[in-house]
Write a protein that binds this ligand. Structure first.
Ligand code: IMP
Ligand code: MG
Length: 183
């Protein structure tokens, strides 16, 4: 079997490109309605890069002109399970003091990654820190945090695609899917 066929057989679509596009457009409208001045979008790498790229362009369509920065956080996952420790693998380049920040991440699961990032930026003097996630998996929450904006509630399964990986694979898929069997 060629790799493409194998991949199609092994990943079941949960959210299609059209469903994602519709939610991203709606989210950008909700964010624009907040009228946040001097907004800085902070995308948490790596998983959020595709979502953030689509979101900022939808924000532009809604008349916004955010600045964009990246921060790579590592949550020491062992396989598909989060260990609880979060560390900064690559920090922001600029200052967040006095800025309204929109933190963008792929999945809110235990909540530790986003809570860590939110506390860090608040401690650095951000004027406000709002959070926006593609997927919310509330079943696995370990710390109290709620996303201010979210595209979808996600079933409690391991997902890949649209920037998200399993062992560094599948980030390029244009949809969010679940691994049906190991590939
Ligand atoms: P949290 O700190 O437990 O909320 O973990 C969130 C991070 O774990 C996300 O930003 C993802 O990078 C990763 N993650 C959680 N669930 C999945 C999944 O189903 N697929 C891929 N990555 C995941
Ligand atoms: Mg992540």
């Amino acid at each position: 079997m060629d790799p493409t066929t194998q991949r199609r057989d092994s990943i079941e679509t949960i959210f299609s490109p059209a469903q994602i596009a519709e939610r991203v457009t709606a989210l950008a409208g909700e964010i624009a309605a907040k009228k946040l001045e001097n907004l800085l979008v902070v995308a948490v790498l790596k998983g959020s890069f595709v979502f953030a790229a689509d979101l900022i362009r939808a924000m532009h369509t809604n008349g916004m002109a955010p600045e964009v920065e990246f921060m790579t956080l590592s949550s020491y996952r062992k396989g598909q399970v989060s260990s609880g420790q979060v560390s900064i693998a690559r920090d922001l380049e600029g200052d967040v003091e006095g800025r309204n920040v929109l933190l963008v991440d792929d999945i809110l699961e235990s909540g530790r990654t986003l809570a860590f990032a939110k506390d860090l930026l608040a401690a650095r003097g951000a004027a406000s820190v709002l959070t926006c996630v593609l997927l919310d998996k509330p079943v696995k929450r370990a710390v109290t945090i709620k996303a201010d904006f979210k595209a979808f509630d996600c079933p409690n399964v391991f997902v890949v695609g649209y920037g998200m990986d399993a062992g560094h694979r599948f980030r390029e898929l244009p949809f969010v899917g679940r691994l049906v069997r190991p590939v």
